[in-house]
Design a protein around this ligand. Structure first.
Ligand SMILES: Cc1cc2nc3c(=O)[nH]c(=O)nc-3n(C[C@H](O)[C@H](O)[C@H](O)COP(=O)(O)O)c2cc1C
Length: 260
């Protein structure tokens, strides 16, 4: 299969495909039509195909059948900003389980998070089984009890209160190959996409930093989570339906920005 297939009838020679190519793989010829400058530079981001108003080109590395439409209008900034400000870390969950289909929908959306050089190497270990989340919390508790670094949380665990995974009914952790140059950023962004998609569905979330710290230091916990060899856990989210609502948005530090 040719790397680039161009329908010359449809192509309106606007040069858009070459203009959006981030890697220099495609260039425009004198007429504004795409030519392959260096095929090996392609990162399969799909921009060249997606930007074409005439659907005039395909790239062998981008499946045209898997392309979907973008929204014609984004939600109002007031709505988006309100959600970003109003999202809270939820540490009290209803018993209501998270449906497997809901978790699948969140994983599906998180695929669209940006990754460095479009590497798309983020992997997930997920469960919607509250008993499994509890078992992982128990292993986390055991790690911190042995390390002695969170005595209050360990005491709470002994009292039957889960300060590690907050009694959440569902959990998602993201991992990346340990040699991925931007693995931490890629996983963090994917988790953030998941978090916001979860909030939009009425779920509450809380980042599971303690679990991540424990899993990085306890091979048995990393194995129980299913983190593959050669990969590193970069973040995790507890998920469930919130048992409470926040009436207000708490204040945050003032912006710290230097204008250059
Ligand atoms: C990387 C990261 C790790 C976190 N780990 C935990 C955690 O293990 N347990 C917890 O209760 N909250 C955890 N949090 C939640 C933070 O405490 C919380 O985001 C912060 O207090 C601000 O509150 P907000 O999320 O409601 O705005 C974590 C947050 C981040 C970003």
């Amino acid at each position: 299969m040719e790397f680039l297939t161009l329908d010359r009838e449809r192509c309106n020679a606007d040069g858009l495909c070459a203009a959006v190519c981030p890697s220099g793989c495609l260039e425009a010829d004198a007429d504004g039509r795409p030519v392959v400058a260096e095929e090996k530079l392609c990162i399969a981001c799909g921009h060249c195909v997606a930007v074409c108003p005439k659907s005039a080109l395909t790239i062998s590395r981008v499946d045209p059948a898997a392309m979907t439409k973008t929204l014609r209008h984004w939600p109002d900034p007031e709505i988006v900003d309100g959600m970003l400000r109003g999202r809270r870390s939820i540490r009290a969950y209803k018993d209501t389980p998270v449906a497997r289909e809901t978790m699948e929908a969140l994983l599906d959306v998180a695929r669209f998070a940006p990754t460095a050089s479009n590497a798309q190497e983020v992997g997930w270990c997920v469960t919607t089984d509250p008993a499994k989340v509890h078992d992982l919390a128990a292993m986390t508790a055991a790690y911190f009890a042995a390390a002695g670094t969170r005595p209050k949380y360990s005491a709470m665990w002994t009292d039957g209160r889960d300060a590690f995974l907050r009694g959440a009914p569902a959990l998602a952790v993201a991992y990346a190959p340990d040699d991925a140059p931007y693995g931490a950023a890629d996983c963090g962004i994917a988790l953030t996409f998941m978090e916001l998609a979860a909030v939009a569905r009425g779920l509450g979330t809380c980042w599971a930093g303690l679990l991540v710290r424990a899993a990085r230091n306890d091979a048995a916990l990393a194995k129980a989570l299913g983190i593959p060899q050669g990969c590193v856990i970069e973040g995790g989210l507890m998920l469930g339906y919130p048992a409470l609502r926040y009436a207000a948005v708490p204040p945050r530090n003032a912006v710290r920005a230097r204008w250059l």
